[in-house]
Ligand binder design. Structure first.
Ligand code: HDE
Length: 699
């Protein structure tokens, strides 16, 4: 608390004021050593107006701690948010893996999940175009198991030694640290154009998957190939998938940029609010299983993390369900200090020789040493295993355990050989024998060198609006590159994937191409890759309800009741906050005004009867509706509110008591048909956006 003390203000007066303000009883404040503190608001000084005394250890302790409050942010994935939950196994997967958390129907394992963006700093906006991290820690009875994955099934580069180069190119440029949290700049696209192995992930990054509507509405992927090993020592190659049960949905590009300013915490807030409101998001864990005898059956190498296994070739077998049901209590202690590592495995789950995965095994432990200050970060509450931990590791920075006994070595006789490796019991961590042969080399296998086929497969699998968005994204990103050679290099790469795509992008960013329109590196498609069929779930959808004094309460109540019934969250926005009286008695509290709310923060908008006269005079209302239209969201208006629509865009509207629907715009001439109208609008909040509107010119 800052206070200006005028020269003649009597000290006794301040003491009197403080005495009245400071509560007595309850929790007494102490120093870190537990000694009671009398005053933590004024530094001890030599005389009331004199210099501060260094002997004031209460002050020094407080400031010293404050000065060291930050820990280094993550080099990548610095910006993120986390939540607790539970994983429930669907059945007994022991034929596939001896992992205990998957060996019985209904078996529950606590989990902690952290979602993140990759490029931005810790305070960067949530809605930037980027890959999203999807890291899950299972606290199993056999130790902690981490799936440290992303929301895209492939990665940019094939070899771990290239990762620092990729990240240096993606991060803000080193001379001026611009731009923040964006791939739309020269160094990133120079890297892509110079490293064609990025082709496939680049296509995903330019797709709508890189701008998810919410962390709740994206899939997750383990990306690498792992091995599942059963109790007989038989193994299968597997790819891990988190299938989102809320439907996979994305924002539109213009919207993401606006949200970055209006609410930089958009995705973080969305997840927090959903969990607070009991809308617990769910994902299904599944595996694609490949028999080792089929390792060389495909036109991609199963160890290459720039390739996916098309679901149509290798179906996903569901194993269990993850539900996020508890927000963190303290962001720093939990979300910031959580330390994931792909080497955190349990018996029955083992590594493959994927060269990216192999490199990650080194990096994650190493990074925690500088981020969390020493080798004992596994003792932090969020990282602690629920399984008993017993070994001969000792001491080190910030050791919390008080290890007992005289021996800290194996083999020992003094402690009867305790603790001892459990290899004999056959259920220890996998050192499953495998044959390795070959010369020591830095050569990459030829089977890794096809960069274009799956990039093309991805593009072939997109529906029209998804392709349109990809073209727009390339035009934006390359358009932001200042160096013409960089733009040209990226277009030349596209020409090796899809001729039409290269031509469309080239036309938008001033590059040249002689690519043939019909050229495609592959003619195959994997329909499962398209988001078009992944219809959203209305649970947690945010619906703006625009009202003004005199609104029709019956009309509003009917729609809000149906919205709430499907799990959507209506929020009233009015010219001023507080109570808004309805026409014939009653009213409603407005949560937001046109100054605090914005269309980009909502999924749909509804305007009830009897407020058009007032709302029609407010510029922001027209903007709200026009923007909702441009962003292809469901819009509903009843009675006179139809005139508001007419001022913002063109749509066919109802003139009677029958609801009329025109490309996501639902109208009703008069309130007699409100029941059917309300039901239909609620259902529309659980449908895909109307992307056919996106390229229309507004009024
Ligand atoms: Fe990471 N990665 N990574 N990564 N990664 C980190 O670890 C790294 C890679 C991923 O929410 C860091 O604790 C290397 C692939 C996620 O805390 C760091 C390589 C995939 C998260 C690191 C990769 C990922 C990280 C930074 C190339 C998808 C956030 C802080 C071999 C399968 C986890 C930290 C969280 C975090 C290194 C490649 C996903 C520096 C060297 C591929 C989701 O250790």
């Amino acid at each position: 608390m800052a206070r200006i003390i005028s020269g003649d203000e009597p000290n006794a007066k301040i003491k009197q004021i403080d005495a009245a303000r400071v509560p007595h009883g309850g929790r007494a404040m102490t120093t870190d050593q537990g000694a009671p503190i009398v005053n933590d608001q004024e530094v001890q000084r030599a005389g009331e107006r004199g210099p501060a005394l260094i002997q004031d250890f209460v002050f020094r302790e407080k400031l010293t701690h404050f000065d060291h409050e930050r820990i280094p942010e993550r080099i990548v994935h610095a910006r993120g948010t986390g939540a607790h939950g539970v994983f429930v196994s669907y059945g007994d997967a022991s034929a596939l893996t001896k992992a205990a958390f998957l060996n019985a129907k209904g078996k529950q394992t606590p989990v902690f999940v952290r979602f993140s963006t990759v490029a931005g700093f810790r305070g960067s906006p949530d809605t930037v175009r980027d890959v999203r991290g999807f890291a899950v820690k299972f606290y199993t009875e056999e130790g902690n198991y981490d799936i440290v994955g992303n929301n895209m099934p492939v990665f940019f580069v094939q070899d771990a030694i290239k990762f620092p180069d990729l990240i240096h190119a993606l991060k803000p440029e080193p001379n001026n640290e611009i731009p923040q949290a964006q791939s739309a700049h020269d160094t990133f696209w120079d890297f892509v154009a110079s490293n064609h192995e990025c082709a496939h992930n680049m296509m995903w990054l330019m797709s709508d998957r890189a701008i998810p509507r919410s962390y709740r509405m994206m899939d997750g992927f383990g990306i690498h190939t792992f091995k599942f090993v059963n109790a007989n020592g038989e193994y299968k190659f597997v790819k891990l998938h988190w299938k989102c049960l809320q439907g996979v949905q994305s924002l539109v590009w213009d919207e993401t940029q606006k949200i970055a300013g209006k609410d930089p915490d958009f995705n973080r807030r969305d997840l927090w609010e959903a969990i607070e409101n009991g809308n617990y998001p769910e994902w299904e864990l599944g595996v694609q299983v490949l028999d080792p005898k089929d390792e060389f059956k495909f036109d991609f190498d199963v160890l290459d993390c720039t390739k996916l296994w098309p679901e149509e070739l290798i179906p996903i077998k569901p194993l269990g369900k993850l539900t996020l049901n508890r927000n963190v209590t303290n962001f720093f202690a939990e979300t910031e200090q959580v330390a994931f590592c792909p080497a955190n495995l349990v018996p029955g789950i083992e590594l493959s020789n994927d060269p990216m995965l192999q490199g990650r095994l080194f990096s994650y432990l190493d990074t925690q040493l500088s981020r969390l200050g020493g080798p004992n970060f596994h003792e932090l509450p969020i990282n602690r295993a629920v399984a008993a931990v017993d070994n001969n590791q000792r001491d080190g920075m910030h050791r919390m355990a008080i290890d007992e006994g005289t021996t800290a070595y194996f083999r020992n006789a003094l402690q009867h050989g305790q603790p001892h490796p459990d290899g004999g019991a056959g259920n220890g961590l996998g050192d499953n024998e495998s044959v390795v042969k070959g010369a020591v080399t830095r050569d990459r296998a030829n089977s890794f060198l096809d960069f274009y086929t799956q990039a093309s497969l991805f593009y072939n699998s997109m529906c029209d609006w998804e392709r349109g968005h990809i073209v727009d994204a390339f035009r934006f990103e390359l358009g932001k590159c200042k160096n013409m050679n960089v733009r040209q290099g990226a277009v030349d790469l596209l020409a090796k994937i899809d001729g039409s795509l290269a031509r469309e992008v080239a036309a938008g960013c001033g590059a040249k191409t002689d690519a043939k329109s019909g050229y495609r590196a592959s003619t195959a498609a994997s329909p499962a890759l398209s988001m078009a069929g992944r219809t959203p779930c209305p649970k947690g959808t945010k619906v703006a309800v625009l009202v003004a004094e005199g609104f029709d309460k019956k009309c509003l109540d009917a729609v809000c009741t149906e919205l709430t019934a499907v799990g959507a969250c209506p929020k009233v926005i009015a010219p001023g906050q507080g109570y808004i009286a309805a026409k014939s008695g009653g009213g409603i509290d407005a949560a937001e005004t046109f100054a605090t709310a914005s269309s980009v923060l909502f999924d749909a908008v509804f305007v009830p009867c009897n407020c058009a006269a007032t709302l029609g005079k407010i510029y922001e209302v027209r903007e709200f509706l026009a923007e909702s239209y441009r962003h292809c969201k469901p819009i509903a208006a009843c009675g006179d509110a139809r005139t508001l629509l007419a001022s913002a865009f063109k749509a066919v509207v109802s003139t009677d008591d029958k609801p009329c629907e025109d490309r996501g715009v639902l109208t009703l001439g008069n309130c007699d048909g409100i029941a059917a109208f309300a039901k239909r609008f609620a259902a529309m909040t659980g449908e895909n956006r109307h992307f056919e509107r996106s390229r229309e010119n507004l009024l």
